[in-house]
Design a protein around this ligand. Structure first.
Ligand SMILES: [Zn+2]
Length: 226
């Protein structure tokens, strides 16, 4: 009742098309959900992300939920998630992503999900790590468990808007460290980033995590630049 009253004055609208949401829709309306630009990379082994990573990092699978392009819905989702404090949309997207994977028979393919960490200063400023929100949603749908205590970020990178540039820069520096006391042997690890552009960030994380000798490492993102 109160919510209906509030929504008279502050109608909840779709972040993509501004249409008013009905009571069962959250953040994105049904027509926009049905029109999401899916990559289906989890069904295409030799996809652009896998190709980017194939030379340096030994990755079992690489995939992303959505295609990222300027002014597209994935960009709007990431803006909400990263700059508007809308952490809930990250969890929801992780759940939708997870449903896609479950539908493809991948419910039990991974044991551990590791979201790409933010530097602690940046996380304090934002209040949360956006990749952790997406990973939480995935954890809600898959048999895997999220771990945020294994990988940490040593290097503070300021630029998020110029991610392409900063990613290229970070590719030459070791930006992550691992907790050496953790064992990942016999674990199928899924590394998750919010968006993959050049692939350098996840590549650096994969190389660092290989120190813990997991059974396999796969990589995924909510959105992919290609
Ligand atoms: Zn919409």
């Amino acid at each position: 009742m109160w919510q209906e009253f509030v929504s008279l004055f502050f109608p909840r609208v779709c972040i993509s098309c501004d249409r008013a949401l009905n009571s069962v829709e959250e953040h994105i309306c049904l027509p926009c959900r049905l029109g999401l630009p899916l990559t289906n990379y989890h069904q295409i082994k030799d996809n652009p992300i896998a190709q980017k990573l194939s030379y340096t990092a030994n990755v079992k699978q690489a995939f992303a939920f959505l295609k990222y392009y300027r002014k597209g819905i994935a960009q709007k989702i990431l803006q909400e998630l990263k700059y508007q404090g809308n952490s809930d949309i990250g969890i929801l997207m992780g759940e939708w992503f997870g449903e896609e994977l479950v539908n493809s028979g991948m419910k039990s393919d991974f044991d551990v999900i590791i979201p790409i960490p933010l530097h602690s200063l940046k996380q304090r400023r934002r209040g949360y790590n956006q990749s952790e929100m997406i990973a939480q949603g995935l954890e809600n749908r898959l048999d895997a468990r999220m771990r945020v205590d294994i990988l940490s970020r040593k290097v503070y990178t300021e630029t998020q808007t110029k991610k392409g540039k900063s990613e290229r820069w970070t590719s030459t520096v070791e930006i992550f460290s691992v907790d050496q006391s953790v064992s990942l042997s016999e674990k199928n690890v899924l590394v998750l980033d919010d968006v993959i552009t050049t692939g350098a960030t996840v590549e650096s994380a994969v190389i660092t995590l290989q120190q813990l000798d997991p059974k396999s490492i796969s990589v995924c993102a909510l959105a992919s630049g290609q």
